[in-house]
Design a protein around this ligand. Structure first.
Ligand code: BGC
Length: 745
């Protein structure tokens, strides 16, 4: 318990449990308790000196707008995320901000989620690794992180009312691991409880989530802050494990005191919440002298990050990179080249320190003739003159660089998309340009994935830049002319059509609930298991260098322990430096439960100079093989296939390994089937004894059909079918005998 707790009056304690304002906690001067200041997050600082709001409407101080998480998720680059975190931490300190509200590590369950630009990936392992790196970076500067939105906040539709109906295995294997990785390995100062409910219980009141899982299972030692306005019943939220209700509230303290007096809430629970807040305050509260921020250096980091995050989806005949010194005229077409869309709308919206336009950067980067035509209006209104002008520019150019993307109105915090298409006027333009121009490079700006089929097969090259931050214009020019190589790989599958996506039939549910009917089969887990064709698979991305990955090997030093080291040789065959992301997928070949056909369990981004070769080693720990069953992580003995790939659909080598770990024994219950009895170590002997007693012979498989039917049935029914009375009592006695042999079975 924090020592100051005993010195606080009950009114003071309760006052500490909700905000003093939109961004600050309460101060108690007589005890020297100063307030904690918070700001959004996650890709830039939204520090509001004047009127605050949680929707990104009012002014905020200029800060670097780094690439959004949709972009940095595609970087697969943990070192880069640490660097960005460091920079965000430095900017936070410069404004006296103690806690930065990020990272967002919700899983991209459907490409329609309006807030997917704020999240890293459809894969929990990748999200966890990148989120941890971000938190490490921010917290290394003495600024606290707030991992959000805990949990299962995977859509904006009805985000404040809906309940995610999702089974525990799916939560543990898909929706919680990124949070778990960050909590256990990066010790974030706070976790933000989401607006939505899970299985009928609001996240902010959910003691299973906030206490059993977060604190008891994972050892979280920070405090839980509510999402802004997520607390409906202050006493229930405190009892459930939400320590700080944000923002300020006129009723919070009164309601908590009333609950205390009514005996609904104990003072001990309040003390614990206060203590957790004070402990974090001790960690973060030191004012210190902030170093001045070098905004130019941060802008350059943003440019580098945009390059690391950009995914070159296709590049026919290696059209890219273009020669900057020779060649015919270039037409840069598309309003986004002049008015970049580089961040999303809502609480993450920052005021950038500067913004680079791609057309300016392209003109500056080449001696070739460059013409610009806007081609379309951002408000989606058709404009024939703009279209004609763009087609004319395309007709007189050797190469067109066509900037397409989603406008602000199409994706944002607060609402979801209802289709994957680009605005109609952009598709009309793309069609005409592809009919007219000899060579077309499409450059995309969007947070969530879009339907690329209208132009994917006709464009020479497609460069997906996501919402790439304030320096994305410069980054685009560097990549187009080969000053830098696009080094991103898809952190989210690009599907062929919306109806192929895993949550399609359950999305977005009603105002009351949304069923996670696809369970574990999210993203490539779904497309690969159901063998669906996709536009571009998870993990895909091209570079300019000639890099190969081969000689895959897997070293298991002790097969009785679930761990292995995957090795592969990465070689740069050309003279140009470049990078590749080596991806390790695990497939369980002999599982007693259904499992996705492959799951990402390790990766390494490898940078090579021309001609360089390196052997990479990627460790796999027990969790890489485990699934969640009956309240625990289980690794079953048997065969696993370890695949190494450069996308989930481009596996370059694989090895089968055998793990002889001790088999987890499922406890027998009154309704256990005959088959489950036969698999249990004590089972077959007892069943033989029972059948001999009842039928004069042990259980036989003479009639295979009958046997297969019987093993699917609860044992008491099997016995009852034989006309035996008191089947339940017989099974009860057998269970006693099993338990007396080994209490934990
Ligand atoms: C968002 C959070 C954000 C908070 C404060 C909420 O609407 O969901 O992500 O941190 O506002 O702005």
């Amino acid at each position: 318990m924090h020592p100051l707790v005993t010195q606080l009056t009950i009114e003071e304690k309760v006052s500490l449990l909700s905000g003093a304002s939109i961004w600050q906690t309460v101060s108690i001067d007589r005890l020297g308790i100063t307030p904690l200041t918070m700001s959004d997050g996650p890709h830039g600082l939204r520090f509001q000196a004047a009127t605050g709001d949680h929707l990104g409407i009012n002014e905020s101080e200029p800060a670097t707008a780094f690439p959004t998480a949709a972009a940095t998720g595609s970087s697969w680059d943990v070192e880069l995320l640490v660097e960005i975190g460091n920079a965000l931490g430095r900017e936070s300190r410069a404004f006296g901000v103690h806690m930065l509200l990020g990272p967002g590590v919700n899983i991209k369950r459907s490409p329609l989620c309006g807030r997917n630009f704020e999240y890293f990936s459809e894969d929990p392992f990748l999200s966890g690794e990148l989120g941890k790196a971000w938190v490490d970076g921010v917290q290394a500067q003495g600024v606290g992180a707030s991992v959000k939105h805990f949990a299962a906040n995977n859509q904006e539709t009805e985000r404040m009312r809906t309940s995610a109906q999702v089974d525990e295995r799916t939560l543990r294997e898909i929706y919680l691991p990124a949070f778990e990785r960050i909590v256990t390995d990066a010790r974030p100062a706070t976790v933000m409880a989401a607006y939505n409910a899970i299985n009928g219980v609001l996240s902010s009141e959910n003691s299973w989530l906030l206490t059993s899982v977060l604190r008891d299972d994972w050892g979280f030692d920070g405090f839980v802050v509510s999402d802004w306005g997520a607390v409906r019943n202050p006493a229930a939220a405190i009892a459930g494990g939400t320590d700080l209700a944000m923002p300020d509230s006129s009723v919070h303290a009164t309601e908590v005191l009333t609950a205390l007096r009514a005996g609904v809430l104990s003072e001990g629970v309040i003390d614990e919440a206060v203590s957790r807040i004070l402990m974090v305050r001790d960690r973060l509260g030191s004012e210190g002298v902030a170093e001045p921020v070098n905004s130019d250096a941060h802008h350059e980091l943003a440019a580098r990050a945009a390059v690391e995050s950009a995914v070159l989806l296709s590049n026919k005949d290696r059209l890219l990179p273009l020669d900057s010194a020779s060649g015919g005229a270039i037409a840069v077409i598309g309003e986004f080249a002049r008015t970049p869309r580089y961040q999303g709308a809502g609480s993450s919206h920052v005021t950038p320190t500067q913004v680079d336009s791609a057309v300016d950067a392209i003109i500056a980067a080449t001696t070739r003739d460059v013409a610009f035509a806007a081609g379309f209006r951002l408000d989606g209104v058709a404009d024939q003159a703009l279209l004609d002008e763009a087609v004319a520019a395309a007709a007189s150019a050797e190469t067109v660089i066509l900037f397409l993307g989603l406008p602000d109105i199409d994706e944002s915090e607060g609402f979801d998309r209802d289709h994957l298409g680009l605005p109609a006027q952009q598709l009309v333009l793309a069609d005409k340009i592809l009919d007219t121009a000899a060579h077309v490079v499409v450059v995309l700006s969007n947070g969530g994935v879009i339907d690329v089929s209208p132009f994917a097969h006709r464009a020479d090259a497609i460069l997906e830049m996501w919402l790439g931050g304030q320096a994305s214009g410069t980054a685009a020019a560097r990549m187009i002319f080969g000053v830098a190589e696009p080094a991103g790989r898809l952190a989210e599958t690009i599907p062929l059509k919306l109806s192929d996506t895993p949550a399609f039939v359950n999305w977005p549910g009603t105002k009351d609930e949304v069923l996670y009917g696809e369970r574990l089969y999210v993203g490539y887990r779904w497309y690969d298991t159901t063998e669906k064709a996709v536009a571009f698979p998870f993990g895909h991305g091209l570079g300019y260098a000639d890099i190969t990955v081969d000689e895959v090997d897997v070293v298991v030093s002790d097969p009785t322990v679930a761990c292995a080291v995957v090795e592969a040789t990465v070689s740069n065959l050309g003279s140009r430096a470049g990078a590749e992301v080596v991806q390790v997928y695990v497939r369980d070949l002999e599982s007693s439960l259904d499992r996705p056909v492959r799951e990402l369990k390790g990766f390494a981004k490898v940078r090579l100079e021309g001609g360089e070769t390196r052997r990479v080693r990627i460790p796999l720990e027990s969790r890489a093989f485990a699934f969640w069953r009956d309240g625990a992580w289980t690794v079953e003995p048997g065969q696993f296939e370890i695949e190494v790939g450069v996308s989930s659909r481009n596996i370059v080598g694989s090895r089968e390994i055998s793990l002889n770990v001790p088999a987890a024994i499922a406890a027998l219950r009154p309704d256990s089937t005959l088959g489950e009895w036969m698999e249990h170590p004590s089972g077959p002997g007892l069943i033989d004894e029972l059948f001999t007693k009842l039928h004069g012979t042990p259980l036989t498989r003479e009639d295979e059909g009958l046997y297969r039917m019987a093993i699917e049935m609860p044992l008491n029914l099997v016995i009852g079918l034989g006309g035996t009375e008191g089947a339940d009592a017989i099974v009860g006695e057998l269970l006693q005998r099993v338990r007396s042999v080994n209490a934990q079975l």
